[in-house]
Design a protein around this ligand. Structure first.
Ligand SMILES: [Zn+2]
Ligand SMILES: [Zn+2]
Length: 377
């Protein structure tokens, strides 16, 4: 991607690695909401120093096979403490942290590092060794990157969801709050997912695995609601049937014992949805905001009525702690017989057709779209 809305296929030499780096042969790279926003020119990563540096090879939800691995990288890139080997099938963390800033020393996770870098958007492909994104045949793995071995039972199409599942995992961990089980998310809670796209669906998967008693998805696209219903959610609310926010709120209240939802998760990317989400919360409920990566165009909420009087807990969640990747892989491996994660991947395109793939990912009849490395077909 050379600029918003502009893409072309380009060839780079296969890089030489050193003892601290690695080379991965790609198996798949999923299209994320941030890729869509980057393509439309609206992406606001919001983190310190995190700006898109065109040209980039997009792709940060990456899965591949380690082809070459530096002697030191084998240990340094292994987040779980077991050294990596060539031939391992791995998920590559989207982000790299510095390890020495205030946040790395105090809250060790990707979203907080002051010197954070991420593949597929922040790291340009202008400079050698160029291959810093997953929509490619190979990816160069920089020193300091963590890679996570994929359990054998997971297929590529399950494993390629890991990054997005890790976002949901990180967010849910923030929402978990004991000792009072009615403050913050607890098993048996009701969960409303605003936006049944790929991020919404991954949050629904996570809610299901964490014991939610009722999951309600809201969207304007029938295709997505139907798939979400098949795969994991209990109730759907279509904007076609419930056109006004007040009607949707009433429906949520009806479905939650006249209380409102324990947890609402925003996955729409539209900040003007916040007021509606707050209205759907029960008193003392929790609101997780994950999708709003475009600049806010004047969101209106009633601070007194919707937040203070309600004792609402509001959590903004971007990125994830790096530990989330391996945990999500374990959870998906143990739930794979009851939740058909792979069916969330509805379309696949070769790298040459990346632009077409992006357009498909923005169409209403798609869920997760994955780019595979095959060329020239
Ligand atoms: Zn992503
Ligand atoms: Zn740092």
């Amino acid at each position: 991607m050379t600029a918003p809305g502009q893409m072309r296929t380009e060839y780079f030499p296969i890089p030489k690695i050193d003892e601290n780096s690695a080379l991965v042969r790609m198996a798949g790279s999923a299209i994320c909401g941030t890729d869509k926003h980057m393509y439309s020119g609206q992406l606001n990563l919001g983190l310190p120093g995190a700006v898109v540096s065109f040209p980039v090879i997009p792709g940060h939800e990456n899965l591949g096979i380690i082809e070459e691995l530096g002697a030191k990288a084998s240990e340094q890139m292994a987040a779980e403490g077991v050294p990596l080997q060539t031939g391992d099938r791995v998920v590559i963390s989207a982000d790299i942290v510095c390890g020495h800033c205030y946040y790395c020393r105090n809250i060790y996770g990707y979203p907080w590092c002051l010197n954070h870098r991420s593949y597929g958007d922040v790291i340009t492909c202008k400079n050698p060794p160029h291959l810093f994104g997953g929509w490619a045949e190979r990816m160069y793995i920089l020193p300091g990157t963590f890679m996570f071995r994929v359990p054998e039972v997971l297929t590529d199409e399950e494993a390629v969801l890991t990054e997005q599942m890790a976002v949901a995992y990180g967010a849910f961990c923030r929402a978990l709050q004991a000792p009072n089980m009615k403050e913050g998310y607890a098993p048996a809670d009701s969960v409303v997912i605003q936006g049944a796209g790929p991020l919404g669906l991954c949050n629904a998967f996570l809610a299901r695995m964490l014991g939610a008693s009722k999951i309600i998805a809201i969207d304007k696209f029938e295709y997505r609601l139907k798939l979400a219903r098949e795969l994991c959610v209990d109730e759907i609310i279509s904007l076609k049937d419930f056109q006004e926010p007040a009607q949707r709120m009433k429906r949520v209240v009806e479905l939650t014992d006249d209380l409102g939802a324990d947890l609402v998760v925003e996955c729409t990317g539209a900040p003007n949805i916040l007021s509606e989400g707050l209205d759907m919360l029960r008193l003392g409920g929790t609101y997780l905001i994950e999708g709003a990566f475009v600049e806010d165009a004047g969101t209106q909420v009633s601070v007194s009525r919707q937040i203070v009087a309600k004792n609402a807990r509001i959590i903004g969640a971007a990125g994830m702690p790096f530990q989330a990747y391996s945990r999500v892989l374990k959870m998906m491996a143990s739930f794979k017989d009851s939740i058909h994660f792979a069916n969330a991947v509805t379309h696949r395109f070769g790298v040459d057709d990346a632009e077409q793939a992006l357009q498909k990912s923005m169409a209403e009849d798609s869920m997760k779209v994955v780019i595979t490395p095959k060329l020239g077909e």
